[in-house]
Ligand binder design. Structure first.
Ligand code: AMP
Length: 219
């Protein structure tokens, strides 16, 4: 089974793709994780990657494509793999298609974990912090419980708006990049009859159950 996971940042695509890779026992290939590892090297490429990633920008299509090609041709991917974070642009999707046809392989399905843009913005901008136990809440999706968080004797007085403008701006740049560069892949994979959309708004368990049910049907 060869799956591609698509979805905006913050929709839970990473969580879901990891769960499904465990269920199917096939490697979870997160290009973000691979590039973060590469950026730890103290060489020219490592430094360049750190610079690009710290701004929420995308690395070049050529570079990421050669990294992914090398990875999916490794032996542990023989029975399949899950791509999380690739392709992210139309040229990357075309390259993936070329790699697949060169190797006589096919993508089984493209799983879109979707959350509407206004909901994602709420997730980014609604964050609250308990200044006593440091737990993160969200005023829209995960409010502070009426009877306290139960960890310490935290109360509503301890809850403050988390003002991390830099992080918020970073997340908004990534969201914009998604809508400009990655969003067109939805139509691309729809036209190939490969796209299956899941609502990413509920609990992680409920969403993974739906994805597993779907996979059981196509398996
Ligand atoms: P992620 O963890 O998937 O959000 O990726 C973290 C960062 O890695 C992104 O903001 C990009 O800078 C870079 N990255 C990951 N995957 C790709 C890709 N397919 N194309 C270009 N850049 C990528």
């Amino acid at each position: 089974m060869r799956l591609v996971f698509l979805g905006p940042p913050g929709a839970g695509k990473g969580t879901q793709s990891k769960i499904i890779s465990n269920v199917l026992n096939i490697p979870h290939l997160s290009t973000g994780e691979i590039l973060r590892d590469m950026s730890e090297n103290n060489d020219y490429i490592g430094k360049e990657l750190k610079n690009i990633m710290s701004k929420g920008m995308l690395v070049s299509d050529d570079m990421i494509t050669s990294v992914v090609k090398k990875r999916i041709l490794m032996q542990d991917c023989n029975k399949g793999f899950i791509l999380d974070g690739f392709p992210r642009t139309l040229p990357q999707a075309n390259s993936l298609e070329s790699i697949m046809s060169e190797e006589n392989l096919k993508i089984s399905s493209v799983i879109l974990v979707d959350v509407p843009e206004d909901e994602l913005l709420k997730r980014i901008t609604g964050r609250l912090l308990c200044n006593k136990c440091s737990k993160i809440y969200n005023k829209y999706s995960n409010p502070f419980p009426e009877n306290g968080c139960g960890r310490k004797d935290c109360s509503k007085e301890n809850i403050m708006v988390r003002s991390d403008d830099e992080e918020e701006a970073f997340k908004q740049v990534r969201l914009k990049k998604y809508y400009n560069e990655t969003f067109p892949l939805i139509d691309y994979y729809k036209s190939k009859n490969l796209l299956k959309k899941f609502d990413g708004s509920g609990s992680a368990e409920k969403i993974s159950k739906k994805i597993i049910d779907f996979i059981n049907v196509i398996y």
